[in-house]
Design a binder for this molecule. Sequence first.
Ligand code: ADP
Length: 599
Amino acid sequence: MIQNVGNHLRRGLASVFSSRTSRKSASRAGNDSAMADGEGYRNPTEVQMSQLVLPCHTNQRGELSVGQLLKWIDTTACLSAERHAGCPCVTASMDDIYFEHTISVGQVGIINGQGERGPVQAQGMECDLGSGHPQLPLLSALTLSVASLRVCKPSQGQCQLFDGPSLKKSLHGRWETNDTTLDLVEHGLPLGMFSPPRFPPSPHPWSDLESRDCSHMVPAEKTRVESVELVLPPHANHQGNTFGGQIMAWMENVATIAASRLCRAHPTLKAIEMFHFRGPSQVGDRLVLKAIVNNAFKHSMEVGVCVEAYRQQAETHRRHINSAFMTFVVLDADDQPQLLPWIRPQPGDGERRYREASARKKIRLDRKYIVSCKQTEVPLSVPWDPSNQVYLSYNNVSSLRMLVAKDNWVLSSEINQVRLYTLEDDKFLSFHMEMVVHVDAAQAFLLLSDLRRRPEWDKHYRSVELVQQVDEDDAIYHVTSPALGGHTKPQDFVILASRRKPCDNGDPYVIALRSVTLPTHRETPEYRRGETLCSGFCFWREGDQLTKVSYYNQATPGVLNYVTTNVAGLSSEFYTTFKACEQFLLDNRNDLAPSLQTL
Ligand code: ADP
């Protein structure tokens, strides 16, 4: 389940409840919180915790430790759930958390929790000590940062607020993700292009041998950590149930140790995958926590942790309490993520977890951007209007130039000098491929600007029809592509292609592509209409007969699955397609297109 906490909190605070349950809980909560003088309306389930960060709350960097933050969040969510339900609650599950920002000793953290039906949502903010104004979010507001779903104990007989459809709905996302992960791993990827990892020498389809040293593969076994904790009264609520936040803090501790064994440095926790508690644990239980690095990507690693509980007298009877997957990075002095060593998983379970970690990485990206694409109000296609032609073409080219100029592109993988870069913006996941080709820049520009030739190298372009040659540099095409990712229908696109030669030395040649709508080419039942918001090519002259060619794409829902599959290293299809593009350019390098003379 994914929700935008920021929006939710804003909406929640601004609106007055109309549902019966909400009114009931408002009256149950009493008058203390429903309407505070001078504060306007407050959600009756809202609980706020303000904490001054002390040295005992921090990690080795002097920053608030994630374990401590999790405990505060859990307590806040628990108190909010209890206001709502009117009975004691325990943590059942938690959604994905992305850690955005951290705070140091002397700063104040504000944690807000509130719930309506089912999940409770919590949000952490850094707060200015002097003014008391919230400043930076500690957790990402993009996904539901924390939804600690709490269920009343059945013995209390008051589960109606949380059980039934609302509970199922809350947990649905988790089951769906688990199923998807298994499906990806067991039955191959939707595009049928999963290449199973080979060990050794190259455990990754994207074997970027140049930048990562394969001779230093760390056996996953070396990162294995085990720890035991005795649950004491301070770790539990008044009913003796261990606080979920305490268990999460212990899990974070062993995961951090496992992560540091791979990178031999202090790792930073960036995200925790959603998880749910499989069963309760009580005071007197021994909790055994085990962690190991499941997969190391270029700049991040996934550590898996599982928790089992036993009573002193029955050590052989262990109960599975919880499992979680945490993503760590290692930051340098400038807070930039450092390159991580390769990991060599153990045969059997280790290799399975390695593949499942790749699949989870893909799912994380999908979830993040499918949500944001839905939330964006930017129309993906613009109506084509001849009277507005100059503006539309200008906009097409300048959008691509702006995407190219962004300074937060990250090299995601590299194989045989073809590089895949990604850019994670607020709303979009963009990527670009880059290679250097032994072809003249103007020739490459001309060959690729005629979209009718693209089916010669790109199998995603099945047919291309020139609908309208608007002027010498702008044309509208109707493109059809084969059915993708489990869809039965093929896709079609109506694309405005605008090309521009460089104005100055050092400027690239540009071919910008974006979707337009045309009255003559409306969506038909035969095809699923696909859209591209901003994509295209840039060509930089690197020397005589030497050109750097880049293909850019701002991923829209239609291509997201394809992009994340490649970014997560589950496929190398990008690479194959781009290599085919290089071959096309080389095969036609002397093919003097008639339009070349006009340059
Ligand atoms: P799965 O094996 O399907 O990932 P589990 O719940 O068994 O699910 O384990 C969750 C994670 O905990 C694993 O991915 C792994 O990273 C870690 N883990 C499980 N068992 C051990 C173990 N014996 N030693 C170290 N880490 C373990």
